[in-house]
Design a protein around this ligand. Structure first.
Ligand code: KG4
Ligand code: ZN
Length: 360
């Protein structure tokens, strides 16, 4: 490495993934390591904050060593450190944030606190094949769909506006809850995706509307309606042994696959309905789609197709970067470094809530 070459270290510990990445000044991924804690949380059917924080403490040093080796770099090559400061589980966030601040202080390089949702929103500009990042336009909209978020933001220069949010469950939560009721284990999104491919959507669920005319999302009604249909099928399970699936995917009956196809259709239909409303109001010409649910097969087909029909340039995150990762954190950090917006720098605190629209 030449001495002046930019090398940003990214750290992500907001939830149940420990992640470390290195990104160069052109937005090329030099290393990306993610340790999933899925196994540790599975028997509880959800993420246990205390377990998550401890696992981050255990995993982080090993991931950092491995990522340094992957990048062929040493800590002395690092020119800036970016770490997720929120939103997320405070105990979990503190692990990466403290590590990042300590490293930046020790190395004498800038520290950039990153908003996790900004990381997701920018991830579609990254190249999944480790090429340079695409230029980020001045204005664009971002649909962030994950287990904790279903939001649409408008980015305009330095301003970020929230255009829509979920009033209850997130889209990923809807996938997970339906999967859990069907006995498919946790997290259920990928299982629903696979089984829906074997199903035929035939009985559409209604798209919810708010009387105040807002473009906000709601997925709790879908969860209840899906539960009723599962009861009809005689298939509401609690949990399998040790939290594992009560139902093996290969044993899923056709009627269940059909129902899951209807659930997936309903989620995508609502996303497209809200996007259409905002686009008709002239809110954007470029749209990024990111977060765990952006890995969903139907989302990856339908949102770009919708964009082609409406003349919207839709960028879906590379599949490998849909889930939580540190490449997106390093990239958000790099952009802030380049524009001289380091936020609170070393003074940043871990925030369980940190609305993106409040970030400059
Ligand atoms: O972004 P992410 O890894 O974590 C959060 O920040 O929430 O998103 C995880 C969510 C989970 O709800 C998971 O079930 C969902 O993304 N998910 C999917 C798929 N892959 C992950 N949902 C539907 N289809 C998928 N293929
Ligand atoms: Zn996330």
């Amino acid at each position: 490495m030449t001495p002046n070459e930019t090398l940003v270290l990214g750290l992500e510990t907001s939830c149940d993934e420990t992640a470390v990445a290195f990104l160069d000044g052109a937005g090329r991924t030099r290393a990306s390591r993610v340790a999933s804690q899925e196994e540790a949380h599975r028997r509880f059917g959800g993420v246990v904050p205390e377990i998550a924080a401890r696992a981050h403490v255990q995993n982080l040093p090993f991931l950092l060593d491995a990522a340094l080796a992957d990048a062929g770099a040493t800590l002395a090559d690092v020119t800036a450190v970016a770490a997720t400061a929120g939103p997320g589980l405070v105990g979990a966030l503190l692990v990466g944030l403290s590590e990042g601040k300590g490293l930046a202080l020790g190395l004498g390089v800038p520290f950039v606190p990153v908003n996790h949702i900004e990381g997701h929103a920018l991830s579609p500009f990254l190249d999944g094949e480790r090429g340079s990042a695409a230029p980020v336009p001045e204005t664009f909209a971002a649909l962030v769909v994950s287990g904790g978020h279903t939001h649409i933001f408008g980015f305009a220069g330095r301003r970020i506006e929230r255009l829509a949010r979920t009033r209850d469950d997130a889209a990923g939560e809807a996938f997970d809850k339906v999967a859990k009721m069907a006995g498919l284990g946790y997290p259920g999104g990928p299982a629903v995706d696979r089984l829906a491919r074997r199903g035929h959507a035939a009985r559409p669920f209604p798209i919810p509307h708010f009387k105040d005319g807002s473009s906000d999302f709601s997925f709790s009604g879908l969860k209840t309606a899906a539960r009723e249909r599962l009861v009809e099928l005689g298939r509401v399970f609690a949990r399998g042994a040790a939290g594992g699936p009560a139902l093996r995917e290969e044993d899923a009956p056709q009627a269940l696959c059909d129902l899951l196809a209807d659930v997936e259709e309903a989620i995508v239909a609502q996303l497209l309905h809200r996007l259409s409303r905002l686009q008709e109001a002239g809110r954007f010409g470029v749209l990024t789609v990111s977060g765990g649910v952006a890995a969903n097969t139907l989302v990856r087909e339908r949102v770009p197709a919708w964009g082609r029909a409406r003349g919207v340039d839709v960028r879906v995150a590379p599949r490998a970067l849909t889930g939580d990762n540190a490449v997106m954190v390093a990239f958000a950090g790099l952009r802030r470094l380049l524009s001289g917006r380091l936020g609170e720098g070393l003074g940043a605190v871990a925030r369980s809530r940190w609305p993106l629209e409040t970030v400059e």
